[in-house]
Design a protein around this ligand. Structure first.
Ligand code: BG6
Length: 489
């Protein structure tokens, strides 16, 4: 039987929270509109202290807000809302689970997808109650939102609490960056093109940059964010996943475990940042008041709900090293920050210069090829090529010109699906390729924990004005290696 054709019960824990309302339900609406949800699917939204009527009204309002207007249809919205049942639910009350269980499709072939959009600290409790109330069937799946834990130790607790009730093959740990079109494309780019595959190592590549810059600030989530900071919220998961996909060896096939095994090998070979390296390999910052696109914005400590003493970082830059044969001596400069001048997620691969240089000595610095992989916005790939300047008088002057592939132009997609649409669909189909295995999470935490322990000992984060690319020291870090961040699109 095609799994996607089995009827599916999707149960959201934390249904009125920001993520479910802003991302998950709009994503399901899109799947429903494209007829990608299995027939007879039912959606259950569990939230504390709400009634179905109140929740459905709020959800309709939010769907209209978060789905682009051109993609809304009144009849489609009505039919989608008809599939949702909201239940006022106390996550600690065992009877609630028994009642929930009675409302789920009792056909043994149907899929039960439990989506935990709650703090990870209660993932164990929910799993235990679901199990004890008889809600779990062999075809039940659980989707876990990040962050899984706060450190290596706490991630072990969360993973093992869930593992008592679900087999690893039933657990789908989300890193929504893995659902982005261009992130998936990294696998095709590297392993389907010999042009790149054959050059993808320390013989040909001098260094790699990964930038995940956000224009937004804290967006009303100060309390949550301040406990995590940019390193736990973004670097431990999204940036390390990008790094793994860029650095991993070719998997033997496209199966979930073949890909995950290679990613884990990369995480295990990340070089520990020792006390001696802190000054040259690690920069953290916190945004102060500034302006973005001409508009004044407050500093981190002036945001709503802020504790003005906080030393949580909103920016982090690291010079990372992957210690294996492929990458020996190739730094990975990675950085991520909030309130930067633009939203930009980009991987830039710098190829080494030719071994013997015969052109104008003044142009020497120009003479390297760079490959930029733009994850967002304007997804695409750009390869900077050196060619001769045109014209009779130009001699053998070099000029750099891009070979540019814009995914939206090349593949005439009407719209780029949101990462959550892809991830929800894959979870419904039972395909774990785009989800993270427990050991990936744990090794990522191990590497981050040692960095966090340095941050805790360091002075307060360096201030950088909102609307800038981070503290000056992040420029000094890369300039010390005679390099600079690549900020152009
Ligand atoms: C989330 C973080 O995982 O990713 C947020 O918790 C961040 O703090 C968001 O803003 C960024 O996602 P995207 O898809 O907008 O790059």
């Amino acid at each position: 039987m095609n799994l996607a054709e089995q009827a599916c019960n999707i149960v959201f824990f934390g249904a009125m929270g920001d993520l479910t309302q802003r991302k998950l339900l709009p994503a399901l609406y899109q799947l429903d509109s494209a007829n990608l949800l299995p027939e007879d699917s039912q959606i259950f939204g569990l939230a504390r202290d709400t009634s179905h009527e109140k929740a459905i009204t709020k959800t309709e309002e939010n769907l209209r807000k978060f789905i682009p207007e051109a993609e809304q249809s009144t009849s489609q919205l009505a039919s989608f809302l008809d599939k949702i049942k909201f239940i006022s639910f106390d996550f600690g009350d065992k009877n609630g689970y028994i009642e929930l269980c009675g409302q789920l499709d009792q056909n043994p072939d149907s899929i039960r997808l439990f989506y935990y959009s709650t703090p990870a600290s209660i993932y164990g409790q929910i799993s235990e109650n679901l199990d004890a109330s008889g809600c779990l069937t062999p075809d039940s799946r659980v989707v876990l939102e990040k962050p899984i834990g706060h450190s290596f130790e706490s991630s072990l607790e969360v993973n093992s609490a869930v593992a008592k009730h679900f087999d690893e093959s039933q657990i789908y740990r989300i890193d929504h960056y893995l659902g982005k079109e261009t992130v998936q494309n990294l696998i095709a780019l590297r392993f389907a093109n010999n042009l790149f595959g054959s050059q993808w190592n320390q013989n040909f590549i001098s260094h790699i940059e990964i930038t995940v810059a956000e224009k937004v600030g804290i967006e009303g989530r100060w309390g949550y964010f301040d406990k995590y900071g940019q390193l736990r919220d973004m670097l431990q998961n999204h940036l390390l996943q990008l790094l793994c996909l860029v650095a991993m060896d070719p998997p033997s096939d496209l199966s979930a475990d073949a890909i995950r095994n290679e990613k884990v090998k990369v995480l295990k070979t990340l070089k520990t940042i020792t006390d001696e390296m802190v000054d040259t390999h690690l920069v953290h910052g916190q945004y102060s008041a500034g302006a973005i696109g001409g508009q004044a914005v407050p500093g981190y400590l002036e945001e709503d709900g802020a504790n003005t003493e906080s030393s949580t970082e909103t920016f982090v830059a690291i010079k990372a090293e992957v210690q294996n044969w492929r990458w020996a001596g190739v730094p990975f400069y990675i950085r991520t920050g909030k309130r930067m001048p633009e939203k930009l997620t980009q991987i830039t691969v710098h190829f080494r210069q030719q071994p013997h240089y015969i052109f104008d000595p003044e142009q020497r610095a120009l003479a390297e090829n760079t490959l930029s992989i733009k994850v967002q916005p304007d997804e695409g790939i750009s390869l900077q090529i050196l060619s001769k300047d045109q014209g009779l008088n130009s001699g053998m002057k070099l000029q750099k010109a891009p070979l540019h592939l814009s995914f939206s132009d090349a593949f005439s997609m009407e719209r780029v699906p949101d990462a959550y649409e892809r991830l929800l669909l894959e979870a419904i189909k039972g395909n774990q390729n785009l989800f993270v295995r427990s050991d990936e999470i744990e090794h990522a935490w191990k590497w981050c924990d040692q960095i966090i322990s340095h941050l805790e000992k360091m002075e307060t984060p360096l201030a950088y004005p909102a609307g800038s690319w981070g503290p000056e020291k992040s420029y000094d870090m890369i300039a010390a290696d005679k390099r600079q961040w690549h900020e152009q699109n």
